[in-house]
Design a protein around this ligand. Structure first.
Ligand SMILES: Cc1cc2nc3c(=O)[nH]c(=O)nc-3n(C[C@H](O)[C@H](O)[C@H](O)COP(=O)(O)OP(=O)(O)OC[C@H]3O[C@@H](n4cnc5c(N)ncnc54)[C@H](O)[C@@H]3O)c2cc1C
Length: 392
């Protein structure tokens, strides 16, 4: 295993200070390693996630070469030539597990914002104290955007959130964590080859969820109640003004509708599980209270906002991969982790084999199937389950 930084590098270096997992402790587990503390329904802090991954890696530690940056992978004979910062490796197969979130995705209109406004991405953001005084425009209302907007509003700043397509979810539903329902109802196990629109499923934004000890819901209504102003999707910059789409209420209605549909799936599953399963009665939540006439423009040079935080998603970085398997949008071409080049595999990408693929607990099932294919392609039997984790 080659790792450019340390074990659990992304959790050590690429997250803000207050972040906790949005998956509950009981769910955030790796094969053979899970949470065994007093708060299974809580949410891990970053040091706790690092500790979990280190605990998993410990038995295989001799196989992890940390501080080893892969700078080039090329096809060579019937295998690959891998160039790293500390030498060259030849191999027949490679599992690309370099992550789906290597770089913040920032739209081109960022270039049109004058330097008088500070621009930050979630990789550069640590806590509100690093921002200049004044208002903040948070762009994006998925998990990262709503969490940073709430933290900045609590620090006493004026916060505006530019809202595009998003996934609304309550933190708890019928008395249980909403992610418990995703798991129990089988939604998270839905397979990539059974989904109607896989491309869309792979592009879905992260749900509006936050992990707090109070298990609070952090949707747009919660942000509005904190005094955060909602505007539409940021569409352009003209004459120093940010122009927002007028479709805010539409995207909110769509998110409400999709949430209700998902809750309906949970209810249907609960009905088949039987009333003695002890669930609380079905719930429906108030529609999103988006303003009737949200503002459509913001003068970026008036001093009203001094910072823009781009919470517009993340993307993988394959600049080191010199094999023609990356599409025009920078995504790896693969079928359930089997990449379009002999002996090349991938893990940890959105809906790789299941809806849960990019979550910590989602890796186990995917890895088993991908490693099984890899072992068969090498002509050998798969490793026994007790040694398999050392492969990824
Ligand atoms: C802000 C945020 C919050 C999240 N919250 C949750 C959550 O609550 N629960 C959950 O289950 N999941 C969450 N996730 C998803 C999370 O990223 C995955 O669960 C998990 O980190 C994926 O692990 P990975 O090993 O596939 O990728 P990563 O954690 O990204 O690890 C990839 C590793 O590859 C290394 N690497 C990359 N390129 C190279 C190279 N060229 N050479 C050598 N090494 C390289 C990197 O240094 C990194 O350590 C979150 C993601 C983000 C971005």
């Amino acid at each position: 295993m080659l790792e450019r930084g340390e074990i659990a590098n992304s959790w050590r270096r690429e997250r803000w200070d207050s972040l906790r997992l949005l998956t509950p402790n009981w769910q955030s587990c790796l094969p053979g390693v899970g949470y065994d503390g007093p708060d299974p329904d809580g949410y891990m802090t970053m040091p706790e996630v690092v500790e979990l991954i280190e605990r998993f890696a410990a038995p295989a530690r001799a196989l992890v070469r940390t501080g080893t940056n892969v700078t080039s992978v090329r096809r060579a004979g019937d295998g690959y030539r891998v160039i790293t910062g500390s030498g060259e490796i030849r191999c027949r197969t490679i599992v690309i597990a370099s992550g789906a979130c290597n770089r913040p995705a920032v739209p081109d209109l960022a270039h049109a914002v004058r330097p008088t406004v500070l621009q930050l991405t979630p990789f550069g953001y640590r806590d509100p104290s690093q921002l200049p005084d004044g208002g903040v425009l948070v762009v994006g209302a998925s998990a990262t955007g709503v969490q940073l907007a709430a933290e900045l509003a609590r620090s006493g700043r004026q916060v505006i959130v530019s809202v595009g397509e998003h996934v609304r979810l309550p933190r708890t539903y019928r008395g249980r964590d909403v992610l418990w329902w995703m798991d129990a109802s089988g939604v998270w196990d839905q397979r990539y080859d059974e989904l109607e629109d896989l491309t869309r499923a792979r592009r879905l934004p992260s749900p509006q969820l936050v992990g707090t000890p109070e298990r609070t819901t952090l949707d747009l209504n919660a942000l509005s109640a904190m005094g955060v102003e909602l505007v539409g999707r940021w569409a352009a910059v003209r004459d120093g003004r940010a122009l927002f789409s007028g479709g805010l209420r539409n995207v909110c209605s769509l998110a409400d509708l999709k949430m209700d549909r998902l809750l309906g799936v949970f209810d249907e599953w609960a009905a088949t599980a039987g009333s003695d399963a002890g669930f609380e009665p079905p719930e429906r939540f108030a529609p999103t209270q988006a303003p009737r006439s949200p503002r459509l423009q913001l003068d970026l040079e008036s001093g009203e906002i001094r910072t823009v935080v781009w919470a517009t998603g993340f993307r993988p970085d394959y600049r080191w991969l010199e094999v023609p398997v990356v599409d025009a949008k920078g995504q790896l071409r693969h079928d359930g982790g089997i990449v379009d080049s002999p002996g090349l595999y991938a893990l940890g990408l959105p809906v790789l084999r299941r809806r849960k693929s990019t979550f910590i607990h989602g890796i186990e099932d995917d890895a088993r199937e991908v490693v099984d294919h890899l072992a068969r392609s090498l002509g050998g039997a798969p490793e026994s389950p007790s040694t398999a984790p050392a492969l990824y």
